[in-house]
Design a protein around this ligand. Structure first.
Ligand SMILES: Cc1cc2nc3c(=O)[nH]c(=O)nc-3n(C[C@H](O)[C@H](O)[C@H](O)COP(=O)(O)O)c2cc1C
Length: 228
């Protein structure tokens, strides 16, 4: 079986010629303090490399977990994080905007600002509960609330195990409200040899939900593993 490629390049179809900013509506990426920061960072890399504009919302806990789980060292303030990530991923400066939790005047706070969709990856059970209850205590929760009220794609890559009855009820509530519950639990049928390939399994499923073409993994039936 052909194994998926290593971390870079992402094999995504570019949405714009290199060096130009996209005119497509942005994708909102919320990262919260669940384990699996690499899922969110790899998704960010894929979106930027394929030319999408991204509005990134990081919770305080997300910054702690990124520091614990990855070698990436981010500064504290949103604009400094933005500059650091633009340099880190080498994207067009207008492709990435980072907003803080209380920037209520930022575009993600309003339904009148068009978006392609929103992903919370990874998503804590705390943020899951807040979104399920319509809380808008920070910009990330408000943006998710806006996505639901506008009938836009909202994908929640929830990470916890085991799930309590409260977690399950909140997921059911959100699924009924139109959100896509996409737990960060990768499959193994592509025979992953590295953590990066497990991460790409989840990122590929998220890109599919956003209708973004990619070749991160062979599709089922496309390149079948040999059975022994
Ligand atoms: C290293 C680390 C890993 C964590 N993993 C999870 C997790 O997988 N799922 C979860 O729901 N919370 C997890 N937490 C707890 C959340 O970070 C915590 O509940 C936080 O208040 C969530 O805030 P946020 O939703 O605004 O990011 C973790 C915390 C740390 C420090």
């Amino acid at each position: 079986m052909t194994q998926p490629s290593a971390r870079s390049p992402t094999d995504l179809e570019p949405a714009r010629p290199a060096g130009e900013a996209s005119t497509s509506p942005p994708i909102i990426l919320g990262m919260t303090g669940a384990s699996g920061a690499d899922y969110g960072l790899r998704l960010l890399q894929c979106l930027l490399e394929s030319g999408w504009n991204v509005q990134l919302l990081l919770s305080k806990a997300a910054q702690i977990v990124i520091h614990m789980e990855t070698p990436l060292r981010l500064p504290g303030r949103p604009r400094a994080i933005q500059q650091r990530l633009i340099e880190h991923y080498g994207c067009h400066p207008r492709q990435l905007r980072v907003f803080g939790p209380d920037e209520w005047t930022a575009p993600p706070a309003s339904g009148s600002a068009l978006t392609w969709g929103m992903v919370v990856c990874p998503c804590t059970t705390g943020t899951l509960a807040a979104i399920a209850n319509g809380n808008s205590d920070n910009l990330l929760e408000r943006a998710a609330d806006v996505s639901l009220k506008e009938g836009r794609k909202l994908i929640l890559a929830v990470r916890e195990t085991p799930f309590s009855a409260l977690h399950l009820e909140n997921m059911l509530r959100l699924a009924r409200a139109g959100a896509v519950i996409l737990p960060a639990n990768p499959g193994f049928y592509h025979r992953p040899a590295t953590v990066a390939e497990l991460v790409d399994f989840i990122v590929a499923r998220i890109l599919d939900q956003l209708a973004i073409p990619h070749a991160l993994l062979p599709r089922w039936g496309q390149d079948e593993p040999e059975l022994s």
